[in-house]
Design a protein around this ligand. Structure first.
Ligand code: SAH
Length: 217
């Protein structure tokens, strides 16, 4: 029997339309657009929301959390790729979608999630979909993941008031961190690039993320 929603909503064509839209919105790196086009976002949300998976919008993933808007995923990924990272740390696995996009572009993704249920769901997804270069840990990511530091890039997908010190320390020289910084309801997307002598911060556009909750956040 053909499912009522049909394959149409989740087909390659639907995904390609999202890619076109992101391009129109200013995402330029072909590698990033290709990775978005190749990642089945509908498998990272609840089945009931699958038909909306290729809209450029954040969607609820339960437990008060959200899967980020594709534009933001693409934008943050572009900013990270500017330093050609091999090893990336993500704070806030959530659905696992951002990690899955990164997994197509870098050697290894280490992702931390403070909600155990989300961490284990994401792990199952990666196993089922055959992502072998993503490792998920249930932990407070404001402490980073010291065992695998330093990281060439660090992406924080929840908004905090300040950058956790541990993350700055675990950023490799030449590496870059990208994170929403600000209050609980609104933040500014910020990049921090570590040079041999300083951390260079650049403030970019306004964004809206769920809060970073942690000891060092
Ligand atoms: N990158 C995700 C977006 C997740 S929303 C995706 O692609 O779907 C942000 C996530 O950060 C939530 O799941 C939340 O539980 C998690 N989070 C918040 N504070 C955290 C912390 N201190 N350590 C790890 N994860 C945290």
């Amino acid at each position: 029997m053909i499912k009522p929603q049909g394959i149409g909503m989740t087909s390659q064509r639907t995904r390609d339309r999202l890619v076109q839209r992101l391009r129109a919105e200013g995402i330029r790196k072909p590698a990033v657009l290709d990775a978005i086009g190749a990642t089945p976002r509908h498998l990272f949300v609840d089945e009931a929301l699958a038909s909306r998976a290729y809209e450029d919008t954040a969607l609820p993933i339960g437990l008060g959390q959200t899967i980020s808007q594709p534009y933001i995923v693409a934008r943050m990924t572009e900013l990270l790729l500017e330093v050609s990272p091999g090893k990336v740390l993500e704070v806030g696995t959530g659905s696992g979608y951002q990690a899955a996009v990164l997994a197509r572009l870098v050697d290894k993704v280490y992702s931390t999630e403070r909600i155990e249920e989300l961490a284990s769901q994401a792990r199952q997804r990666f196993r089922k979909l055959g992502y072998r270069n993503v490792r998920v840990q249930h932990s407070d990511g404001t402490w980073g993941w010291p065992q695998f530091a330093p990281f060439d890039a660090i992406i924080v997908t929840a908004g905090g008031e300040e950058i956790p010190q541990a993350l700055l320390e675990q950023l490799a020289v030449g590496g870059r961190l990208v994170m929403p910084l600000g209050g609980r309801t609104r933040q500014t997307l910020v990049t921090v690039t570590r040079t041999p002598t300083v951390y260079e911060r650049v403030d970019l556009e306004p964004v809206v993320f769920v809060p970073l909750i942690g000891d060092a956040g």
